[in-house]
Design a protein around this ligand. Structure first.
Ligand SMILES: *[C@@H]1O[C@H](CO)[C@@H](O)[C@H](O)[C@H]1NC(C)=O
Ligand SMILES: *[C@@H]1O[C@H](CO)[C@@H](O)[C@H](O)[C@H]1NC(C)=O
Ligand SMILES: *[C@@H]1O[C@H](CO)[C@@H](O)[C@H](O)[C@H]1NC(C)=O
Ligand SMILES: *[C@@H]1O[C@H](CO)[C@@H](O)[C@H](O)[C@H]1NC(C)=O
Ligand SMILES: *[C@@H]1O[C@H](CO)[C@@H](O)[C@H](O)[C@H]1NC(C)=O
Ligand SMILES: *[C@@H]1O[C@H](CO)[C@@H](O)[C@H](O)[C@H]1NC(C)=O
Ligand SMILES: *[C@@H]1O[C@H](CO)[C@@H](O)[C@H](O)[C@H]1NC(C)=O
Ligand SMILES: *[C@@H]1O[C@H](CO)[C@@H](O)[C@H](O)[C@H]1NC(C)=O
Ligand SMILES: *[C@@H]1O[C@H](CO)[C@@H](O)[C@H](O)[C@H]1NC(C)=O
Ligand SMILES: *[C@@H]1O[C@H](CO)[C@@H](O)[C@H](O)[C@H]1NC(C)=O
Length: 758
């Protein structure tokens, strides 16, 4: 007992003197300085995103932070321990209401049969792109989910279908006509296709197209915005609809100010199927009689240990829950957590985020009862799995389909293999492994990433300056020399294969790219060449151990006799990009094929002088100067650095494809105000390159017509590599005449194969 009291008093003493740590987004640059002013009690902890803040709160590395409405639901989904809601942030005009908004269902008074009674009806919707009120897709589709069960599809065939198609298919069976504007899919092709095939769901819009409602015949009334889609949906209801879904505040505006003559003809349809007739009195109430969805306010959340202190401190720092102003640190804190003057902070009795949000908006913990089974994302580290789980919870909270589940494996090859075997569905994979993934694991891309200009994957060939000055000036000179590659079958390896085909030094009819390279060079270090996971050609009869003849085991680093190794880890001194640079420094080797990202730093770490090397360009000339800064025209490949892969021709592929369009929309770098502050392409919990590399800026289609140049190049590279059929005659001794024959053969092959599928 005595110990406990001592401990407690120590705690109190500590906290009285210590500062409270508040999460501040790194993008918010001035707040941290202002929080150090004038004897401030608060100190800033920079976070990448607000979800990172939640993780810090749970670990006690920060004391409090602010979260959006939808983020609170995510915290509930994750059942994050040791954090509590201490105050809500309400808009001034609705500060006595419990809810940020209410979404209600309005029907004519003669409606009968509850939710099921809506079947066959005419549905007026504010639009999936309605920017008003920060409605998530789950909110926007709440009536559809409860009445039409649009997330269930008994008897429907789901193979090759997207979640969007299944949803619209169910809706079109349920409603006879509708106006449901906005994107039905964030994949524009799918969206256009669905709009044309299920046009009854647009038939009540202007011109029967889902771009929006007609406003031509609408009269103007002061205080009512005719361009507001909720008002337009209610107009649609009273014109010719049988049900409208809209925000309570707009229902009030519409019936009180615009169309008082209709008030007595309409009711709210409650979730339990009962009707609540509208009247001037009812419409005068700030809270609706019943709502399809009610949204909890955004809130300030604190770590449990300091929650009650923060709760009482907020009262002191911000009198009446308002901004104290006058440039004080308290004001800076208010501006950062709460925002402008339209808000008011209301203290709450401490409770968990789940408890807080579920009393207002209960949300099942991610359920698998949906049209599509959860799609399994293969991850390769504990932190990556965690980021995946947060992404899955955030996507589920927003109502994104299909749901995501997270699989944990030990490495990229385990993922490739388990996707192949149907034990996982997709993964974002380094383009380094693109060829192996296609060739050995039979996977195919659903999306490619887009990279920042400086970060795409660039492959170059370098020779020693001494040989460049003597006898290696062209690809032809590399025959019977010794080559270094970071890894067998990797992007640098296959980029060389293509360059060698183009330069006609390796036969394009040799489809076994181990043999093609192995027989061209007299020796090589291509780590992994003898490993089964790195198979580039099934049933190869070529003994690939010669492709590791130049490797060095790190245990024999100091001795002059090298022990044979073909390992593809750091026990092989020449493994990886930096290892292959060290390999080129070996007097026994002649050429290296590497990725150029960070190459200057890697050389300097190895204490190698870049000016001892010169690039051999794809057009078969030596670079004009020595060193590793080369222009893009000299590269053997300039391609994206990652892609999302699934099984080839698998029934899940289309749904994964459009899932990524949706994830990119909500968690990518789109200029939207995020409902949930999670960044799929940014560091998570202070760790880079989880799920996607930090170099990712977006996604694009795996198509040779993509707008992103590295993406087009990547597809072209594989189009070339996969066009090998073995149909041409083998390469005879090099000679001018033969070269011409090759050109023709290559041309014929590429014409013949130009319809190759990836
Ligand atoms: C409800 O009333 C409207 C007119 O107010 C009428 O057109 C419609 O047929 C009625 N529906 C039912 C189910 O009685
Ligand atoms: C949309 O999805 C389909 C697969 O369902 C895909 O083929 C297409 O390229 C995607 N992208 C766009 C921009 O339409
Ligand atoms: C109302 O909807 C019905 C059914 O879709 C249609 O036949 C009728 O022409 C519509 N009336 C008006 C005034 O738009
Ligand atoms: C249905 O819900 C409304 C609003 O919450 C409530 O007033 C009504 O009593 C409920 N009716 C039944 C039958 O439970
Ligand atoms: C959750 O809320 C209920 C009802 O308000 C309360 O009894 C319970 O103690 C709360 N649980 C927690 C963990 O705060
Ligand atoms: C290439 O030149 C180097 C240095 O001049 C010489 O040692 C080597 O024998 C030459 N190799 C061939 C194959 O000509
Ligand atoms: C491949 O060659 C190496 C070295 O020449 C030899 O030790 C090995 O037994 C060969 N492997 C096969 C499968 O022939
Ligand atoms: C190689 O030599 C370095 C220093 O010269 C030494 O630190 C290292 O332990 C040696 N490695 C082996 C495997 O003997
Ligand atoms: C290359 O880099 C890796 C990771 O940074 C390191 O473990 C390895 O020792 C490096 N290899 C060489 C040859 O320096
Ligand atoms: C080959 O490519 C390099 C690098 O882009 C360029 O500088 C050079 O002019 C090209 N040479 C020829 C003959 O096209």
């Amino acid at each position: 007992m005595a110990y406990k009291e001592l401990f407690l008093s120590l705690l109190v003493v500590t906290y009285v003197n210590a500062q409270y740590k508040v999460c501040v987004l790194r993008s918010d640059t001035s707040t941290c300085q202002n929080l150090d002013k004038d004897g401030s009690e608060v100190e800033c902890v920079g976070v990448e995103t607000r979800l990172d803040c939640a993780i810090k709160l749970a670990r006690g590395e920060a004391n409090f932070g602010a979260f959006s409405e939808e983020e609170l639901l995510v915290l509930g989904q994750m059942q994050l321990p040791d954090v509590q809601v201490v105050a809500t942030i309400r808009s001034t005009e609705k500060q006595d209401v419990q809810y940020a908004f209410e979404a209600v269902t309005v029907v004519p008074n003669n409606h009968s049969g509850g939710l099921e009674g809506l079947r066959g009806g005419r549905y007026c919707h504010p639009g999936l792109d309605s920017p008003d009120l920060r409605w998530s897709p789950r909110v926007l589709k709440a009536l559809e989910l409860s009445a039409a069960r649009s997330d269930r599809c008994p008897g429907a065939t789901t193979d090759f279908k997207t979640a969007e198609e299944l949803e619209v298919e169910e809706l079109s069976k349920f409603f006879s006509a509708a106006c449901r504007p906005g994107p039905w899919s964030y994949n524009t092709t799918v969206d256009a296709d669905l709009k044309s095939r299920y046009s009854s769901l647009c038939s009540m819009c202007e011109d029967g197209r889902c771009t929006g409602y007609s406003t031509a015949s609408v009269v103007n009334v002061a205080g009512v915005n005719n361009n507001n889609r909720h008002i337009q949906a209610l107009d649609c209801l009273v014109t010719n609809g049988t049900v409208a879904f809209a925000a309570w505040q707009h229902v009030q505006e519409f019936f009180l100010k615009r169309n008082p003559q209709h008030v007595d003809a309409y009711s709210l349809l409650c979730p339990n199927g009962s009707l609540q007739p509208l009247s001037i009195d009812v419409l005068g109430q700030v809270v609706s009689p019943c709502a399809t969805v009610r949204q909890p306010w955004r809130a300030i959340v604190a770590s449990s240990l300091t929650a009650s202190e923060i709760n009482s401190k907020l009262n002191i720092w911000w009198t009446d829950g308002t901004d104290p102003g006058s440039g004080s640190w308290q004001s800076a804190l208010y501006q950062s957590l709460v925002g402008g003057s339209n808000f008011r902070v209301v203290g709450e009795s401490l409770t968990t985020p789940l408890n807080y949000s579920s009393q207002i908006r209960p949300l099942d913990i991610a359920t698998s009862a949906a049209c599509l089974t959860p799609r399994r994302w293969c991850t390769i580290s504990a932190l990556e799995t965690t980021k995946c789980q947060w992404t899955a919870a955030a996507a589920y909270t927003l109502g994104i389909q299909p749901t995501i589940s997270c699989e944990r494996r030990n490495g990229v090859f385990d993922c490739l293999n388990d996707i192949k075997e149907g034990k996982a569905d997709f993964s974002s994979v380094d383009s380094h492994y693109g060829f192996l993934a296609r060739q050995h694991y039979r996977l195919s891309p659903v999306k490619l990433v887009q990279n920042t200009r400086t970060s795409a994957s660039r492959v170059a060939a370098f020779v020693k300056e001494t040989s460049a000055q003597a006898n290696i000036t062209r690809f032809e000179n590399l025959r019977d020399k010794v080559a270094c590659f970071p890894e067998f079958g990797g992007i640098a390896y296959v980029s060389f294969v293509r360059a060698a085909h183009e330069r006609q030094v390796v036969s394009p009819s040799e489809c076994d790219y181990a043999r093609a390279v192995g027989e061209f060079f007299s020796g090589a270090c291509a780590p992994g060449a003898t490993d089964a996971a790195h198979t580039v050609y099934e049933d190869s009869s070529f003994n690939a151990s010669s492709l590791c003849s130049a490797c060095r085991s790190s245990s024999s680093a100091n001795s002059s006799i090298s022990e044979y190794t073909c390992a593809w880890d750091n026990t092989n001194l020449y493994f990886g990009n930096n290892g292959s640079l060290l390999c080129l420094a070996d007097p026994a080797t002649d050429v290296v094929f590497v990725e150029t990202e960070n190459i200057a730093a890697q050389l300097s770490a190895l204490q190698l002088n870049p000016n001892n090397y010169r690039a051999l360009c794809r057009n078969n000339t030596l670079a004009a100067s020595t060193g590793v800064n080369i222009d893009d025209g000299c590269l053997l490949a300039y391609v994206v650095d990652a892609e999302v892969l699934t099984r080839r021709n698998d029934p899940v592929a289309n749904s994964v494809n459009t899932l990524f369009d949706t994830l990119d929309k909500f968690f990518g770098y789109n200029p939207n105000t995020q409902l949930i502050n999670l960044r799929l392409y940014s560091p998570f919990d202070s760790t880079s390159d989880l799920l996607f590399k930090d170099t990712t800026i977006g996604i694009t289609e795996p198509s040779s017509t993509a707008n992103h140049e590295p993406a087009r190049n990547y597809i072209e590279l594989f189009r070339h590599l996969e066009s090998c059929t073995g149909a041409a005659t083998p390469l005879p001794a090099p000679g001018l005449a033969v070269r011409t024959v090759f050109s023709i053969v290559t041309l014929l092959i590429s014409l013949f194969m130009s319809r190759a599928i990836f």
